[in-house]
Design a protein. Structure first.
Length: 322
């Protein structure tokens, strides 16, 4: 009897040992399979250097895994890992794009500043040599003053632009008379217009209350008018009209100067861009970029219409008071 119990106990021990061995083997195989899957995912992530700097479509990486793994724990793990990889690639591409944008911005800014700085340096050297007549001295001082004014305007525009872009400046829209805003804008450019004998005409319109930030909307209109004066011929005209629409009111500013080709309409609002017909005239290519930024920040938008050598029209759309 005692011997039979020992035999049964031995069988139980052997069975338990066999079960333990089987469980260990199964666990090992499962762990190895999981390890191999994770290792493959990590290998693909470590291959990211091959893709840095390339315009990669993010969904393509996720698709590498979706067809290779079943819906189980390993699949979920690899899916999460692939999502992490996609996030990394997205951040890497964004970082590269931001770096290229900053480099382009610095390059453009240095290019725009080079001309006035070179002019100031040259005329200062001529004055320091002392071999100039009083008339030449007056001319050189005037050119130096013009160069410093250009640099000051550029720096002020860059500060406004950067603060608007990062949201450091908030535009506060209030229901105000647009006629007052337009009148104040015209007053800012009358002196420059009178030098070229340019007539600024406002088509009579019934005043309307629009949702806009007066200071920054005035800044946008002044930038447009300054461009209009700069690129218009002497003894010409600038016309301003206001057209009510169901949801917006359209402010139309037209000059009859050099105009711009249709192929450039979508480019003139880019930072530092200058139209082909504007190359011979001094400028930085920031004014219209600021206009588009200001309008965007207060829920408006801008449109262009032009014929080269005939006219150039910019239309600002501001929201009506609800």
């Amino acid at each position: 009897m005692y011997g039979r119990e020992c035999d049964v106990l031995a069988v139980v021990i052997i069975l338990n040992a066999a079960i333990i061995v089987i469980v260990v083997i199964l666990c090992f195989r499962y762990v190895r399979k999981a390890y191999n899957s994770i290792d493959e995912v990590l290998d693909r992530i470590l291959m990211r250097d091959e893709y840095e700097g390339l315009p990669i479509a993010k969904p393509a990486f996720t698709s590498l895994f979706s067809s290779r793994f079943n819906e189980n724990r390993i699949s979920k793990l690899t899916h999460k890992a692939s999502r992490i990889m996609d996030m990394y690639i997205s951040e890497a591409v964004q970082s590269i794009e931001e770096k290229e944008t900053i480099q382009g911005f610095i390059s453009d800014m240095s290019h725009q500043m080079k001309t006035p700085l070179a002019s100031i340096s040259m005329y200062a050297d001529l004055l320091l040599e002392g071999n100039t007549t009083p008339a030449e001295q007056l001319e050189f001082y005037s050119r130096i003053k013009s160069g410093t004014d250009s640099l000051q305007w550029m720096m002020e525009s860059l500060i406004k632009m950067s603060r608007l872009e990062v949201g450091a400046i908030q535009l506060f829209r209030t229901c105000l008379s647009i006629k007052q805003t337009i009148s104040a804008s015209i007053a800012s450019v009358l002196a420059a217009a009178s030098i070229k004998n340019i007539d600024i005409r406002v088509v009579e319109f019934e005043d309307v209350l629009l949702l806009h930030d007066k200071r920054w909307t005035q800044e946008a209109i002044v930038n447009i008018l300054e461009n209009a004066v700069k690129y218009s011929n002497k003894d010409s005209m600038i016309q301003i009209a206001v057209e009510p629409l169901p949801l917006h009111t359209k402010i139309i500013i037209t000059d009859y100067g050099v105009g711009i080709d249709k192929s450039e309409w979508h480019l003139i609002f880019k930072r530092f861009y200058r139209g082909k017909n504007a190359k011979s005239t001094e400028g930085a290519g920031l004014g219209l970029y600021l206009v588009s930024l200001i309008m965007e920040k207060q829920g408006g938008y801008v449109m262009v219409d032009s014929v080269v050598g005939e006219y150039f029209t910019i239309s600002l759309f501001l929201q009506n008071d609800k």
